[in-house]
Design a protein around this ligand. Sequence first.
Ligand SMILES: CC(C)(COP(=O)(O)OP(=O)(O)OC[C@H]1O[C@@H](n2cnc3c(N)ncnc32)[C@H](O)[C@@H]1OP(=O)(O)O)[C@@H](O)C(=O)NCCC(=O)NCCS
Length: 409
Amino acid sequence: MELQVRTIDASEVAEWLAAKDLGFLRAQVEDYEELALHVREAMDLDRTWAALDSGRVVGTLRSFETRLTVPGPAEVTAAALTNVTVSPTHRRRGLLTKMLAGDLTASMERGEPLGILIASEFPIYGRFGYGAAVESATYTVDTLGTRFGTRSSGSVELVDLAVLRKEAPGLYDAYRARQPGAIERDEKRWDRDLHQVAWPGDEPPRGYSALYRAESGEIEGYLRYRAEPKWDDMRRQGQLVVEEMLAVTPAAYHGLWRYLCEVDLVATVRATDRSVDEPLVWLLEDGRAMRQTSRFDFLWVRVLDVCAALSSRRYMVDGGVVIEVEDELGFARGRYVLEGGPQGALCTRTNEPAELALSVGELGSVYLGGVTLRSLAAAGRVEEREPGALARADLMFRSATTPWCSTWF
Ligand SMILES: CC(C)(COP(=O)(O)OP(=O)(O)OC[C@H]1O[C@@H](n2cnc3c(N)ncnc32)[C@H](O)[C@@H]1OP(=O)(O)O)[C@@H](O)C(=O)NCCC(=O)NCCS
């Protein structure tokens, strides 16, 4: 029987989940039928693809619709790609290529202006027109002897996960509305992330949750962290690991970081999935106590409908540019004129001569303002055909707020 690529039906979800875990080298859960009962509600079967060999699932891929915050801030609909695997026995036979072509074509037909993903490996998705767009960073703060210049006026309260489940989504939505690169989190996701439901194979919760309450009584931030105690010759060497810290005011940001750095019995605080533009350094008396210990690509963007995508965001300065976009898969190929600024933008197809030429992956990289046109041009990945166009477009595409995505998917 031929290898087949198609979307699946409800009876195939359990086998599909087992194949996905195999592809990600994860331990198999005991009962995939039970897991499927939970997962089925959270997945859209029309967007859940499988590669099959003689009826057996050997490849998985799925997408879901979300809202992505873009510079402005404004929002655009995005197709979020996830659960991409091909069995080690069937790799490099074009199965990912076939599944993704099916999903991208369906996204285009639904009118989704762009796709997003988090790549397990950098070299996989460029060939499909995705560009690395938003970076993420890990920080380590040496808390022994580190002081904060001032104290914030609110207070930090330890709460249980049920209370956090009530408070966190509203705070997250307020943050998401103004953070380019942020995406939606739905109710089911909150329930699972905050351990209000347990799916087969889930680890039990460990760690602590806290809220920041301003003097006014308003809750302005939340925190989840766990401790990794360690002692060395009776000296504290333990670490706090920040699972999530989100603040919607500077006071909450200050108060939550200060709280973390002042917990006794630990020597370092480690925070992953943070913005590369973390203001914490400016709160510490000794800025070198905080180190950015890693920084890497996180969110990738694939523009499908150039007119819709470029008209949806705002631009740092008023201006106009004609760009030629190359796209091997054809979706975004063409020449476009963009007129935009801080108040709004319009992008349409044109026959005017192009001032800049780039491929769709580069367009995805600069779309959220996390990568600059200047930097890509310096690497030979953007061609300036009209002198002055690069400098003009480079300023336009920047974002006042550094993009950041703190949501894994
Ligand atoms: C990544 C993965 C899905 C690729 O699937 P696949 O079916 O082997 O991919 P394809 O055969 O369609 O490959 C298409 C092209 O991409 C290249 N490619 C695929 N995976 C690659 C990788 N990890 N690194 C570099 N190139 C890769 C192939 O060599 C091929 O190139 P070619 O057209 O020049 O021959 C598969 O290797 C896998 O499941 N890996 C483990 C899980 C994982 O990392 N998933 C991705 C999560 S984001």
